[in-house]
Ligand binder design. Sequence first.
Ligand code: TTP
Ligand code: CA
Length: 359
Amino acid sequence: MHADLDYFYAQCEENVNPTIRGKPVVVCVYSERTEDSGVVSTCNYIARRSGVKAGIPIVRARKLLAGTEAIFLRINKELYEQVSDRIMTILRKYADAFERVGIDEAYLDVSRRANGDFNQAVRIAPQIKREIVRCEHITCSIGVGPNKLLAKIASDENKPDGLTIVKPEDVNTYLAKLPVSRIPGVGKKVEERLSRLRVSTAGELSRLDSTVLIRTFGKSLGNYLYQAARGEDDEPVQEGEKPNQFSRIGTLKSNTREIAQIIPLLDNLANSVAIRLVEHNMACKSICIIAITDSLKIHSRSRTLESPTFDENNIKQSSRELLERFLQSMPDVVIRRIGVKLTGLSSRGGQIDLSRFLR
Ligand code: TTP
Ligand code: CA
């Protein structure tokens, strides 16, 4: 399966402020040079109907949405990362093997738990969609297929809130009419060159000789297109490279040096990095806090532990102590943002995950 969260950043914003639902919502990356300079990060589907899309200048989006009640918001990556982390934890539960791809996409191998039966696999997808809506009020689109490539192509088929299934026996019919632009990695340029070869669908692409494809696109892209046209892909679903740190940073409601006002956020961040540690079945040797002051200076303080830990409370407690000592050593500093970083990561191997077991 491939799961892709719908208009993700904008959907998070709709949840934070439900009164903007039903209006065009545009999430912007302001460059801060002039008031409206910058680009659109993403937008909801209502804004898309007016031609707004990721990457266009904010000024252009304003023109396209003139006369509407459009809402323009500044990107808030911290919020989206938190929502994403929680959704990934839900998704992971449904998979034998899980692979997160960026902030709003993941692959799930469900072959084993579906007993290798495609019909059983297909029943899992609606359960996942329901749980994500129930817990996080976020819709997603899921594609189910015999491999990662087909699942990804399928998840894009009926957005938003889509569920598309491509059974092994239907692959050829499905690909016959599929526009080449729907193949991941086929952008405007490749599409144009293919159209010069009179190819506009995957079906037509599959009739091209591999030598022609390699001559036109080079070995790597040529071979990929040859296989993609046939729906072939044998990449396993797998966790990415083992990370070498987990960090999370947050902005305080107002700048302060009052420890009581900082601790709730700090605890939250410590919890969030500890969860990631447990999810990756890892432990950390060092805990670090990062403090960004009201004048945007960055400070950090760290502590190396006697033995690696994956204990939430230990991580929380150490972060608090580091903060306390930092504030004592810096009597004039006022904090704007605070972060927790875990380093010195190691795998816990076959060790029993006691904290989880007990929960
Ligand atoms: P996408 O999955 O491409 O887009 P989306 O989730 O907004 O919309 P949908 O999947 O329903 O088509 O990207 C995921 C997030 O990544 C998106 O919410 C915002 C961000 N993003 C950018 O910041 N810039 C970009 O150019 C793109 C494409 C995405
Ligand atoms: Ca998405």
